[in-house]
Design a protein around this ligand. Structure first.
Ligand SMILES: [Zn+2]
Length: 363
């Protein structure tokens, strides 16, 4: 009876969900190319695809590698994604490791791993998507979601990802980032604490710091949250490198999420509570007011007091041209690691706990 009910259920679901995984017959490096993903029509097991993304200027295509681990029984569909910014790489290894260690035979639900939807940025090890139109322009791919069908290349790529990959395939999303080139974060999470399930998601990570955050328009995270799908941005340390501790903890967070949603069995590892994460609600970015060689006087994770000296800049002759102090007390969330700092470049970012009621869920 249970089997019969299950079959009827699937049939009904199939009749309302018109999407299906679309294969165009191509293979890239031996991997089948798809133009649309529908995990509900995949057999239990592990699958690899190349998703045919946006057209290049010569009419070729960007292909996005996608891994799917489809469990033998039904459950939550969890997206693990890295490479929305192309110089933020710790998450690439986290997604690969998570997918590698899953066993579909014992899983309930589906895990989707996406590597580098910002194909242009990843190939150039750059935050931005580089367009050739009008002599070249740089677009922040994490500000154009959910994209436009007939927009520019990064907007159209985002539209394809939302309409052909994420739609109906994602119940929970973790978008892995790091700080930008020339700067450093600890393991840090942006989470919209107005959504209780997002708070739960964030605190399943053994993060160093968490920001209660109302979101960033056009980001992957905020677009999912606005559609009622819990999502976080996990900032996993520094750009351009693999950091083993960050990868281990970023992976632990993902596994905790899968355990929480019963996709896999197991006991929760370290979480925000056991790691004593610093959970703040207000960020202050101390930026260069002039150009010059920067000396950062604090380290990521340091506790700072308002008025404390945190950075200075010198000219080429070694004269100090600017001093910077903390504008509030809190923890150092990020520092500039590039010595050469133009005006407006980040020197120190502080995560504070603002007691004002308007900041309860982030300001
Ligand atoms: Zn990023």
């Amino acid at each position: 009876m249970r089997l019969l009910a299950c079959t009827i259920g699937l049939t009904l679901m199939g009749s309302v969900a018109h999407a299906a995984t679309q294969y165009n017959g191509d293979k890239v490096q031996g991997v089948p190319v798809i133009t649309a993903l529908d995990v509900s029509d995949l057999a239990a097991g592990k699958h690899r695809f190349m998703f045919e993304g946006v057209e290049t200027g010569t009419g070729q295509r960007w292909y996005v590698p996608i891994m799917v681990a489809r469990g033998a029984s039904a459950g939550k569909k969890v997206l693990l994604q890295a490479g929305v910014h192309g110089d933020e790489l710790n998450g690439v290894r986290i997604v690969q490791k998570a997918l590698d260690q899953l066993d579909p035979a014992t899983m309930r639900g589906t895990v989707i791993g996406v590597i580098g939807p910002n194909r242009s940025g990843l190939e150039r090890v750059s935050r931005t998507w580089a367009m050739a139109t009008d002599g070249g322009d740089s677009v922040d791919y994490n500000r154009v979601h959910p994209g436009k069908e007939h927009g520019n290349a990064p907007e159209r790529q985002a539209w394809l990802m939302w309409n052909k990959v994420y739609r109906n395939n994602v119940d929970v999303a973790i978008d892995y980032h790091t700080q930008s080139t020339g700067t450093a974060y600890p393991l840090f999470i942006y989470a919209d604490y107005r959504q209780p399930e997002v708070q739960t998601l964030a605190e399943l990570f053994p993060a160093d710091q968490i920001k209660k955050d109302p979101g960033e328009a056009g980001s992957v995270e905020t677009t999912f949250v606005s559609q009622g799908i819990p999502a976080i941005t996990a900032e996993v340390g520094e750009p351009r490198v693999y950091q083993q501790d960050m990868i281990d903890r970023g992976l632990q967070g993902a596994l905790n999420v899968l355990i929480h949603y019963k996709v896999i069995d197991g006991q929760l590892g370290a979480t925000a509570q056991s790691h004593a994460s610093w959970i703040g609600n207000e960020i202050s970015s101390i930026r260069a007011t002039t150009g010059g060689f920067a000396e950062i006087l604090v380290r990521v994770g340091d506790t700072v007091k308002q008025g404390q000296r945190v950075a200075l800049q010198r000219n080429a002759f070694g004269d100090v041209v600017a001093h910077y102090t903390a504008d509030r007390s809190g923890k150092v969330l990020a520092v500039g690691t590039d010595v050469v700092r133009e005006p407006r470049a980040l020197l120190v970012r502080i995560l504070a706990k603002n007691p004002a009621d308007r900041c309860r869920n982030g300001c």
